[in-house]
Design a protein. Sequence first.
Length: 458
Amino acid sequence: MKKRLLSVLLTIAVTGAMIAGCGGSGGQSAEPAGEKAGAETTADDAGAEKAEDVEESGGEAGAPAEINMFISSPEYADAINELIDAYKEVAPDVTINYETTQNDYPTLLKAKLNSGEVPDIFSSTSGKEIDTYLEYSYDLSNEPLMETIDPAVAAAMSSTEQGGKGCYGIAIKGNYFGILYNKEIFDEVGIKEFPKTLSGLKETCEKLQAAGHKPFTTGFAEWWVFKHCYQSFVNAAADGAGISTAELVQKFEKGEAKVSDYPELYDNFFEFLDLAVKYGDDKPLETDLAAEEAAFATGEVAITLGQGAWIEADCLAINPDLKIGFVGYPTTEDPAESKVISGSDQALHVSKDSPNLQATLDFVNWWYTSDYGKAWFNDVAGVVPPIISDAESEFEVIKQGSALAEKDGAGALAICYSTDSWHQVCGQILQSYLAGEIDKDAACAQIEEQWAAIDGAK
């Protein structure tokens, strides 16, 4: 059975006044993200700021321009459409062509770059991929947005090759990664708290199934879901070896490590995958993001995997009464290893050779410095703000994630130590494993080989 990579592609050309929130990502609710999140800030508020916002950021209001924006994360399509609508009120002569996809984004982006069609704004992961796309990226260090960007986010956008200098991207969000679960189902079954060990997770699945509830929805049609699960086990493996996560990743990149050297990866992670399939979706390799959100929001399943703060608004749009719990992944038999992960995992780059560079800079500066732009993160997108902010979120994942990180500490954002080119291949290898095309040892051998081949020379 060949794995299917499902991609969501949305192209929005903003050429005039638009109906707010008309867009949507494939398979997801077309309801505007602002309505999902109970947003208080509107495009009318943005219009009231007038074009002075653009002038203050260094540009000239009213200059006709066209910005091509090609990024991943279609789950934020509705929210970004609202952002674009709001900017249209401020800069009516600027057209923003917005295109988003997820499954095959790294491949499509490289095709654009190789053909010379560099988007004015494009995305990658933060961390290692900052240097991957350094030659295409504008250094934002001297832009007004540096006054509001969170210092930790700015650090994730710096260049390792340049000794930690520069700021070569901005973020749509900070983030929390972990497991979302339905608290009402757990209460109904009599499970008082989410398990923090692998054996406890297995027992929980058995109890849920015995009570007539399907435990998991996985989203395993999406390659990126695997990296969100895998990173917690990478952190546990690093802890078990007494080294940092960065050091462990480097060992794999250099071909100096075997998956079998680390029981947290060779035994625990594959046990976790097998458990998710045994107690999960009828067709896990056909379950994409939209199907995962729907199954979780409607109460069809009790637990969703590979997700985080970004799906809460979509789930609440389906079921406003959903009671969400949020925890770290059980990775070992040590409860202390079950930690949420926080950080900014995505970077939006501005093309340094953009024919509309000033217009693009005006837009990103407005996004990070205007009243509407700063409020957008909480009120519309419902994300952890990547800017300095005292605003309190109404979203459960963010509130619970923040409390858990403060209480127990947060795990390293391991996905940012590797490139999405590697993560995509790793996801495909694991899809082949789940499809029964290869066994565990073959999957591990491919992981070791490809990790070194793809990221070892970077």
